[in-house]
Design a protein around this ligand. Structure first.
Ligand code: NAD
Ligand code: MG
Length: 411
């Protein structure tokens, strides 16, 4: 029996995780469930799964929640509560499914406690990739990607490649590459040439460009294939999601950005691919349902049922692929530039994007302005290597301030 903490239990990934867990009550028990402000939803989950702890963001929400949880569940609040349930000795697995930068500190707490960490919260790795991966190797954590593309790539890579990607000797993805060049040998003996990240192109893949200025948050969140939280849905519409995933892939698999290609695949059935020197291309396929990567991460290296319908290739019939249109999706260029620079550039990119997306969802700026705000922040950003978490958080704060100023100007 393994014990599980879900950070962000009330969200889309959190709910899907509980769905898989409920199918395997002989394997997993819930240690803690955390939410933000949705007290009723969290209370219902606590009634069903009877965790030892539950955590909400404010003491005010905690007071409301205390009246609604079963007798054995202790209610905590704030960042201390999150840290406690992320690194508690009695926890085996932590699902990191808080959205955005708010997930960084508790996810790192789980990593530093050497847990098996299932990473959905890509923003945490994007912000602090170098420090994050260092902590994974130093503390012997097991990091398993839940983002469907990275989970697919993980499944298509040899196990030894994945192990090597997390080793104490390597500090940054870029360093690795230049070290290999200096020694005049290939970066890896496994013949991996390229990672191909697939993305659907979102709801606006074919929308006329001049209409993009007037699209609403609800239109942007109406993803053709995936049911997700609103922030990642907007990121999928701008394709900044794929940009963040590019950076995520560089850290997870210890590769340079030039080795990661982005490809549009509207059906979201081929979740990503790995190209090898001998001409082989391995792909992972499945219906677009996050319960598959979640079940994979939970049970790895075993396999369990996820509740996802089996893929019927004859029904799917057609799988299309196309190159991304950089004019339609200029955010991809911003993310690539940040992936080339690394250091604190991804933290700035992520922070500016979070501010711009929140402003768009709140109706303060238009869809096309999301790019303009992030671009404005990155234009004036001077890249420096953050030496610790405080410096990452400082970069995050500065980029947010600068994005907020731009939002006020363009809004
Ligand atoms: P969501 O908005 O549905 O849920 C977010 C969760 O985080 C909620 O439980 C919420 O209570 C919690 N939360 C939000 N702000 C918080 C804060 N300040 N402090 C503490 N908790 C907070 O989001 P989601 O779609 O489930 O996505 C979660 C993460 O997983 C994101 O990083 C996203 O990029 C990633 N992801 C999601 C999907 C998907 O299909 N939904 C796929 C791949 C990756
Ligand atoms: Mg993804």
């Amino acid at each position: 029996m393994q014990t599980l903490t879900i950070l962000g239990a009330t969200g889309s990934i959190g709910v899907s995780t509980l769905d898989v867990v409920a199918r395997h009550s002989d394997r997993y028990t819930i240690f803690a469930l955390t939410g933000h402000t949705r007290v009723e939803a969290l209370a219902r989950q606590c009634q069903q799964f009877k965790p030892r702890y539950t955590v909400v963001s404010s003491e005010q929400s905690a007071e409301l929640l205390r009246a609604q949880v079963p007798p054995g569940t202790k209610v905590l609040s704030g960042t201390e509560g999150l840290a406690l349930v992320a690194n508690h000795d009695d926890v085996d697995i932590v699902m990191a499914a808080i959205v955005g930068a708010a997930g960084l500190v508790p996810t790192l707490a789980a990593v530093r406690a050497g847990k098996k960490v299932l990473l959905a919260n890509k923003e945490a790795l994007v912000m602090a990739g170098g420090l994050f991966m260092q902590a994974v190797s130093r503390h012997g954590a097991t990091l398993l990607p839940i983002d469907s593309e990275h989970n697919a790539i993980f499944q298509c890579l040899p196990e030894s490649f994945n192990r090597d990607a997390i080793s104490t000797e390597k500090n940054t993805a870029r360093q690795l590459d230049s070290d290999a060049q200096k020694q005049n040998k290939p970066a890896n003996p496994y013949g991996v040439r390229k990672l191909l990240l697939s993305g659907s192109g979102g709801p606006f893949r074919t929308t006329p460009l001049d209409v993009l200025d007037t699209v609403t948050p609800d239109q942007a969140c109406a993803h053709p294939n995936w049911q997700m939280g609103r922030k990642i849905s907007v990121d999928s519409a701008t394709m900044m999601n794929k940009g963040l995933e590019l950076i995520e892939a560089c850290w997870l698999f210890d590769v340079d950005e030039s080795k990661v290609e982005i490809i549009i695949h509207p059906q979201s059935i081929v979740h990503s691919l790995v190209e090898y020197t001998d001409g082989s291309v391995l792909a992972q396929l499945g219906n677009p349902d996050m319960r598959t990567p979640i079940a994979h991460g939970l049970a790895w290296p075993e396999r369990i049922e996820s509740g996802v319908a089996m893929l019927d290739l004859v029904t799917a019939a057609v799988l299309n692929f196309e190159a991304p249109d950089n004019e339609r999706f200029p955010s991809l260029g911003l993310a690539r530039a940040a992936a080339r620079d690394m250091a604190d550039a991804p933290a700035a990119l992520n922070a500016a994007n979070e501010v711009a997306v929140a402003a768009f969802l709140a109706g303060a700026i238009g869809f096309a302005e999301i790019y303009r705000v992030v671009d404005g922040v990155m234009q004036s950003w001077s890249v420096t290597e953050p030496v610790d978490l405080t410096e990452v958080q400082d970069a995050d704060r500065r980029a947010r301030r600068s994005a907020e100023q731009l939002v006020r100007r363009v809004g």
